[in-house]
Design a protein around this ligand. Sequence first.
Ligand code: C5P
Length: 285
Amino acid sequence: MSSLTLQSPAKLNLYLKVINKRPDGYHNLTTLFERIDLADQIRFVANATGKIRIFCRHPQVPRGPKNLVYRVARLLQDRHGIKQGVDMHITKRIPVAAGLAGGSSNAATAIKGLNKIWGLKLTRRQMVDYAAQVGSDVAFFLYESSWALGTGRGERIRTLAIPARLWHVLVVPRIKMYSREVFTRLNLELTKKDDDVSILIHYLKKNSISMVGNLLFNDLQSSILQIRPPLALVKERLQTLGVQGVSFSGSGPAVFGLVASRTEANKFRALLKKRYAQVFVVRTL
Ligand code: C5P
């Protein structure tokens, strides 16, 4: 196989609790990941030159080593003595640096795609190890699961068999937030002490939307709002419209509202579109 096209979906965090800061500077956390149907697409074409080339029309997507797909390709070439190169054509739909893990998802997709086109025959264990080397959010996307619990830095994944398929209206303000800065501002004394994630999972399994809405939680919110106080207005706006629950995803600025149906999501989207440029209706994938 010398070429392949794969989808690269985004995620939301329905729950994100920071536990402590580790000696390596990362934070241990517990997070509930939801895969959503907002997705990039990547076409992989093997080349004989050995070069790693990235093609993307989006102005904010790096074409060199800053892009995680580049790092994945280099890592796999080095570790497996691969002489071939690759052209990666990225169709970007997931907003960049928004808390939706678009770059991390692209990296996971690159592990899967390059495994195929370079014939690496990687085991799941190897893929997960490579994922952890490029970023905390990458491993989740290696699993064909809509739901998973992330622990450690977020890279230790336990998939969850939950049948629920949720609708959301997603607002992505046009600012970039960097996880590093958000984590740096975190005041661990103010973060959540108890752990509600099992309760949230319980109601998710029962498809109890209003309870799930009440239990959405993100420990990074206070740091996000310290950096960009006006983002509180986006949350308020969604609450005023009457969504079932609202939260930031990851380190923001993406804000999502949990809604009861596609119809409701479309109605809210139309209203939010008047004020915000990037509003999406998304569903669990
Ligand atoms: O792992 P990733 O490269 O996505 O993380 C980006 C930055 O976010 C890290 O350099 C670190 O500052 C912060 N981070 C953290 N704890 C985590 C995940 C990320 O402190 N669990």
